[in-house]
Design a protein around this ligand. Structure first.
Ligand SMILES: CC(=O)N[C@H](C=O)[C@@H](O)[C@H](O)[C@H](O)COP(=O)(O)O
Length: 225
């Protein structure tokens, strides 16, 4: 296994993302968020946007999973080969991209996208999947790592309140590539449970790095007793 993946085995990856129009959507702030997460024990960072990726790669010494969310198409996580190449050029160690079976906006298949990226750069590829069928197809297409990232966001599976544990179990049982659990991991107990189910690593975003959502959880608890 690649040295980059070895560093992530059995560890926590923290996703540092702010969304368009939000107060924290500033690359320097995401860089500092990443530094804070690494201080807390994160073995890797997941980051969105070329500037955020480049800054976090320069500021930390942990593997960075990069993605570029762009466009109005349902496939919006690093949707085309050009986006994937740009993410690699920004310095990401792992390029995360939409790993579903849906048509991609540039007309390429996932396999063509991964092959094209590999011709350009020596990077690992994480396929963000929404179902077991996605994960099996992504593995065939050449992805190095399979994420549960899009479970509940593609219409194929219900959006579970916490992580989609049924999908985790299916992917761990059926896939031969490492399964990274990502999506709605909101508590340390859920992260531990995912590891117990055979996850290679766990990605936590919102519950660590999205204070507006976390505030909303507490706001609701306080006001809707
Ligand atoms: C579906 C989608 O667009 N997921 C994105 C992927 O990068 C991010 O918005 C999520 O925050 C990330 O996957 C981490 O998940 P959570 O924030 O639930 O811990």
């Amino acid at each position: 296994m690649s040295p980059v993946l070895e560093r992530l085995r059995g560890r926590l990856i923290v996703s540092c993302q702010a969304y368009p129009g939000e107060p924290l959507r500033v690359p320097e702030i995401m860089e500092r968020m990443a530094l804070a997460a690494v201080e807390g024990g994160a073995a890797g960072i997941r980051a969105q946007g070329l500037e955020d990726i480049a800054r976090i790669v320069a500021a930390t010494d942990v593997p960075v999973t990069g993605l570029w969310k762009d466009g109005e198409d349902p496939v919006f996580i690093t949707p085309t080969l050009e986006h994937a190449i740009a993410v690699a050029d920004a310095g990401a160690h792992i390029v995360a991209l939409d790993g579903t079976r849906r048509p991609r906006p540039d007309g390429r298949t996932l396999a063509q996208t991964i092959a094209g990226l590999r011709e350009h750069a020596d990077v690992l590829v994480m396929a963000d999947c929404g179902s077991l069928e996605d994960a099996l197809a992504a593995e065939d297409a050449g992805a190095d790592v399979l994420g549960t990232t899009l479970a509940g966001y593609t219409g194929e599976r219900a959006r579970t309140q916490g992580p989609d544990v049924e999908l985790i179990d299916q992917m761990v049982a059926r896939c031969s590539r490492p399964v990274v659990v990502e999506g709605r991991v909101h508590t340390p107990a859920q992260a531990a449970d995912a590891m117990g189910r055979g996850a290679f690593a766990v990605v936590v975003g919102t519950a660590i790095t999205h204070p507006t959502t976390i505030t909303g959880w507490f706001h609701q608890a306080v006001t809707e007793r």
